[in-house]
Design a protein around this ligand. Structure first.
Ligand code: KG4
Ligand code: ZN
Length: 339
């Protein structure tokens, strides 16, 4: 089957064509991503109203390019998969409305896709032999959560952040030390120039840990401590060693995430961990999870870097599985900001 995927949940307008067979094997034929990052950078973060307008301007040409570079015509498609939730409502509505019109005009079924499930489905592209059950760790701008994936379309959340997501914390702290939005990738690179264990002797950051036997995360305390440290240094007129700070902060976030992995594997009974979401591109997190999974004798699946951030190939990949499960919608499909 041939599935067109559409993604507009935040600040990337993306369309992709994938082919899938009945067994669920997925092949990417095209994956076009038009990023709005340069526009939002002026404001230090995503401006929802601007995001919606930019999606409207880009969507037709992005879909056209995805079809032409895949060499596929609308009539050859079997379905249109679209991110329907969660995300920025004004941004999601652009993709959902485009998908509904496109599906109606070409007599195609509409396949609503959960953005978080789509992030996880990037792993089916990077590791074609992957099959549920497995444990998925989604770390993005809005989520830091564990899911027990029991079937291609059955996800049970077994842990989540109680406040900020890890990506959000990276972006806020990155902004305060003068890195351009989004700070995550720049902070990742800067942290390689500092020595985390040396830095921690002079930079006092708490290691975020929730008491009790749970798989939840919390990053707001760490974020506040980091911002207080930076403000204090500035008020005293002291120079901030940005590389040392980036190393210490990254180390605290990465350790907090990694620490929960052994118990999440144990409580889910899974021996495979899939890392997903924009922060899955973080080199320190990838290395730390690799070590933790080796120790736990678990298989770790890391998505290719180009499939970590928002893209429509992952939406279409999940769409293949929703198609096989018969999860279609009609033209009354609505978008939702919530999970
Ligand atoms: O999944 P995503 O593209 O969008 C959401 O669904 O939220 O994730 C975006 C997040 C941003 O916070 C961005 O700074 C972060 O992923 N990110 C990174 C890296 N690359 C992107 N964070 C840490 N290290 C990276 N290399
Ligand atoms: Zn995302």
């Amino acid at each position: 089957m041939l599935i067109l995927g559409i993604e507009t949940s935040c600040d990337e307008t993306s369309a992709a064509v994938v082919s899938g067979d009945e067994s669920g094997a997925v092949r990417v034929l095209s994956n076009v991503v038009a990023s709005q990052i340069e526009t939002h950078r002026l404001y230090g973060g995503v401006v929802p109203e601007i995001a919606g307008r930019a999606h409207i301007e880009a969507i037709s040409s992005v879909v056209e390019e995805a079809l032409s570079s895949a060499g596929v015509t609308p009539r050859e498609l079997d379905g249109v998969a679209v991110t329907s939730h969660p995300g920025l409502i004004g941004a999601l509505l652009v993709g959902v409305n485009f998908a509904k019109s496109f599906a109606y005009a070409n007599s195609l079924p509409i396949i609503p896709v959960n953005h978080i499930h789509a992030h996880t489905a990037a792993a089916y592209i990077s590791a074609p032999d992957l099959e549920p059950p497995f444990l998925s760790l989604v770390v993005s701008g809005g989520h830091t959560s564990f899911y027990h994936v029991t079937d291609y379309t059955s996800y049970t959340e077994i842990g989540a952040t109680r406040d900020d997501a890890a990506g959000e914390a990276f972006d806020k702290v990155g902004r305060v030390i003068g890195l351009p939005y989004p700070g995550g990738a720049a902070l990742d690179a800067l942290a390689h120039e500092g020595d985390a264990s040396e830095a921690k002797k002079s930079i006092d950051l708490p290691s975020p840990a929730l008491s009790g036997d749970n798989l939840d995360f919390s990053f707001s305390g760490l974020k506040t401590a980091a911002l207080n440290y930076l403000n204090g240094m500035r008020q005293r007129g002291e120079e901030i060693d940005r590389a040392a700070f980036a190393a210490a902060f990254t180390d605290a976030v990465v350790k907090a995430i990694t620490k929960k992995v052994p118990s999440a594997l144990k409580s889910s009974g899974c021996s495979t961990l899939v890392l997903a979401g924009g922060v899955a591109a973080n080199s320190h997190l990838r290395a730390s999870l690799d070590a933790a999974c080796k120790k736990a004798h678990a298989r770790l699946i890391l998505p290719e870097l180009k499939l970590c951030g928002d893209n429509a190939a992952m939406v279409a990949a999940q769409g293949v599985h929703e198609f096989i499960a018969g999860n279609f919608s009609d033209t009354y499909l609505n978008a939702s900001a919530c999970d």
